[in-house]
Design a protein around this ligand. Structure first.
Ligand SMILES: Cc1cc2nc3c(=O)[nH]c(=O)nc-3n(C[C@H](O)[C@H](O)[C@H](O)COP(=O)(O)OP(=O)(O)OC[C@H]3O[C@@H](n4cnc5c(N)ncnc54)[C@H](O)[C@@H]3O)c2cc1C
Length: 427
């Protein structure tokens, strides 16, 4: 019997999942490989970092997602090389995997723009482990300041966020709720009112890609929530206890969250193909690589365009581009010509803290305030993978709304595991 065409998909993010699901009824064998055994719902990572949700609520096991799709095999591994002429990918510590079609969906990674000290001292927010590390740091700094209040003068309770886009704004709003509404009840001796949340951005606006009325609303809401906005300020250096600005000013901080930019996954550099802004691979209209029609790039890694316009790096763009590529592979197998990608714009939204959000619809109409916040809750709940995650998330949100409590207020240090580690000879 003739072997079915092999489709290898690298990355089980929104793009990779979209492609794999679209291939459900296509006569191909799909290998979906990811460095984690779960899909991460990035839009809610800031809620893990700020103790609103448990890590497990925003991670869904990939194997369980494809339990009923038999043409998909999952492989846990990190891809470290691509043999483009040989049609193979190289996972670390594993044998090469051959492909007839390759779908690269590795997403994006943090871009520090070569800022000295940022890679060593800043906290990015792109993976579940990033979110857990940030949560540990936040809670641990409050514990440290409780033991030694002198640390407050050293900046232990100053939390600086670089980037006034949706991730920065959402994180700042959630930190403000945590610091000024919840932690004062936990720390009876600590002057929690001395905590500071500061957003730094080179640009002059918060949520710069949103319409003006929403930008004005977001700024006012943040200020009301005691978030300090330092706009038009560039970061020149990050240290363990400070951040230095272009003006020469130094702000004391032990925790700097980097929400200031992304670049395409380094896998994009391995193709040897032209790359656009942020290292995104330049693509043909059907999302294949111009010199290699058997390779497709979807989501944040690619310069995904619709009607000639390069699209922003969003979950919906990644999901739809993945689905499109799944359809293109099916068409190629059926001998049909490729089709250009067409994006269905559903608008975008961001929260600014409890009870407050902004929504911009595709027809440019806007919504803000509590109604927008409930719309945001509904959309994100619907988009989460898996019923169990939805129920747990709804439960956590409901619990927080009723009690002002946050379930995931625990410090889990990786070093706690050391006593349980397998001896080397057994592992
Ligand atoms: C904090 C944050 C908040 C966001 N909020 C929103 C929002 O509110 N709305 C919105 O629309 N978008 C939001 N986004 C953007 C959105 O999450 C991304 O656009 C989307 O996840 C991109 O999907 P993707 O499939 O391209 O990549 P990803 O979802 O990043 O998936 C990439 C996958 O590839 C895997 N991978 C990477 N490298 C390798 C390798 N070498 N080997 C094996 N596996 C690998 C990763 O583990 C990951 O599972 C947010 C992003 C972040 C970081």
């Amino acid at each position: 019997m003739r072997k079915r065409p092999q489709v290898v998909i690298v990355g089980a993010g929104f793009g990779g999942l979209g492609a794999a699901e679209q291939l459900a009824h296509v006569p191909v064998e799909v290998t979906l490989i990811d460095r984690h055994n779960y899909h991460t719902f990035q839009p809610l990572l800031y809620q893990v970092a700020t103790s609103l949700l448990n890590a497990e609520d925003v991670g869904a096991p990939v194997r369980s997602m494809f339990r009923h799709q038999e043409n998909v095999s999952f492989r846990l591994g990190t891809v470290t090389g691509i043999d483009v002429p040989g049609h193979k990918i190289r996972p670390e510590d594993d044998k090469e995997i051959a492909y007839d079609y390759l779908v690269l969906a590795g997403g994006a990674t943090v871009n520090y723009f070569n800022t000295p000290g940022a890679a060593e001292h800043a906290f990015p927010l792109y993976t579940l482990m990033n979110a857990v590390k940030l949560r540990n740091r936040i809670l641990e700094r409050f514990e440290a300041a409780d033991r030694d209040p002198e640390l407050i003068k050293e900046g232990a309770l100053n939390f600086v966020i670089v980037g006034a886009g949706p991730t920065g704004v959402e994180t700042a709003g959630a930190l403000s709720d945590l610091f000024f509404n919840l932690l004062p009840h936990d720390f009876h001796q600590l002057a929690t009112e001395n905590a500071r949340v500061i957003i730094l951005d080179m640009g002059k606006e918060v949520l710069a890609t949103f319409r003006e009325n929403l930008r004005v609303y977001a700024k006012e809401e943040l200020e009301e929530r005691r978030v300090e906005l330092r706009l038009g300020e560039a970061v020149t250096e990050v240290g363990p206890t400070f951040v230095r600005l272009k003006s020469g000013e130094e702000i004391k901080t032990h925790t700097l969250v980097w929400a200031g930019g992304v670049r395409a996954n380094p896998l994009a550099d391995m193709l040897g193909q032209p790359q656009g802004r942020g290292g995104r691979v330049k693509l043909s209209p059907d999302l294949s690589v111009p010199d290699h029609p058997e390779i497709f790039v979807v989501g944040d890694m690619g310069e995904v365009a619709s009607d000639g316009k390069v699209l922003p790096q969003l979950g919906s763009v990644a999901m739809q581009s993945g689905e499109h590529v799944g359809r293109q592979i099916a068409r190629r197998l059926g001998g049909e010509p490729g089709q250009p990608f067409k994006y269905w714009d559903k608008g975008f939204m961001a929260t600014i803290g409890r009870g407050s959000a902004v929504v911009e619809f595709p027809n440019k109409r806007t919504l803000h305030g509590p109604l927008a916040y409930f719309a945001w809750l509904g959309v994100h709940l619907a988009l989460l993978s898996g019923m169990r995650n939805r129920i747990e998330t709804l439960w956590n949100w409901g619990w927080t709304a009723l009690t002002h409590d946050r379930a995931a207020r625990i410090i889990i240090e990786p070093k706690d595991d050391e006593s349980q580690a397998f001896p080397k000879s057994v592992a």
